[in-house]
Design a protein around this ligand. Structure first.
Ligand code: GLP
Length: 270
């Protein structure tokens, strides 16, 4: 596990975007796992900039998003379909036809979840999975208590997640607040060849501490990533502020890594 700590959220997001862009340079037909959330918004902005300015192949990749709310239509500004269209997919021309999200409006959401899981596998699995983290340590919408062998399914959102949505997702008002979501499972995420988790801001500090310093357990679903063979954690100082000296000694984070797009990255930067 590699841990990077940047001074600010924007640089942490730029680092995440550069890793995704480099992975497309190495493998233009890569399968990307994509995430939504406020943390990811600047990542897509940086990716759009990189796509506009640099020679990055964007015509051949496939993507699968982590999750979508049940019962929130794609045209609704609170849906993850809408977020992805606005932030990323609409900027890619016809690439959008290979960029998938679970269908939260499907009449049979369990069947839709199973179809999505199969579709990921039929595309050869995910090469690079981007992840945020919930305040309670969830990844995707795998809430605390989710079994580590879970696959894509329809899950009930926790009260904490629903109240976070209420406070921070302006488009999901009281009438539209979802109670369920379709999410990739923890085992689905762990099958990705590489995972990048980005967390910024002090609201994530306790989840990051639990993820890195508590026992690996489904009390903090993100802690499972410590069992993944290729995971990179990218933080800003605020998200890292809960780490103890012992945690820092154990994970030896790289502070203020230099992130540039075009050069052969050094080992401690990849
Ligand atoms: C939702 C998503 C997660 C995301 C989390 C954090 O719960 N399902 O994938 O990591 O939000 O969102 P934010 O970045 O807005 O804090």
């Amino acid at each position: 596990m590699k841990v990077f700590i940047h001074d600010d959220a924007d640089t942490a997001a730029a680092h995440t975007a550069v890793i995704a862009a480099r992975s497309l340079q190495r493998k233009p037909a890569a399968v990307l796992g994509l995430a939504t959330g406020e943390t990811m918004r600047p990542v897509y902005r940086h990716l759009r900039d990189l796509f506009a300015k640099e020679d990055i192949p964007t015509a051949d990749f496939t993507s699968f998003n982590l999750d979508e709310f049940v019962g929130v239509p794609p045209s609704h500004p609170g849906s993850f379909h809408y977020f992805m269209a606005r932030e990323f997919l609409d900027h890619l021309g016809n690439t959008g036809t290979r960029c998938f999200l679970p269908d939260g409006m499907a009449p049979d959401v369990m069947a839709e979840a199973a179809r999505y899981e199969t579709s990921i596998q039929m595309h050869g699995g995910i090469d690079l999975q981007l992840l945020g983290i919930g305040r309670n340590g969830h990844i995707g919408f795998n809430e605390p208590g989710t079994a580590f062998d879970s696959r894509t399914s329809c899950i009930a959102l926790s009260d904490q997640t629903i109240s976070t949505l209420q406070g921070f997702t302006p488009h999901l008002d009281r009438d539209m607040l979802p109670e369920f979501a379709i999410t990739m499972g923890i085992a689905t995420i762990m099958d990705a060849k590489r995972c990048i988790l980005l967390a910024t801001g002090s609201a994530k500090a306790s989840a990051i501490r639990a993820m890195l310093e508590d026992a690996v357990s489904n009390a903090c679903p993100a802690s499972v990533l410590r069992n993944h063979p290729d995971v990179t954690i990218i933080l800003d100082r605020l998200a890292a502020e809960g780490l103890t000296e012992a945690g820092i000694a154990a994970f030896q984070p790289v502070f203020n890594p230099q992130v540039r797009m075009f050069h052969t990255p050094s080992d401690n930067e990849k």
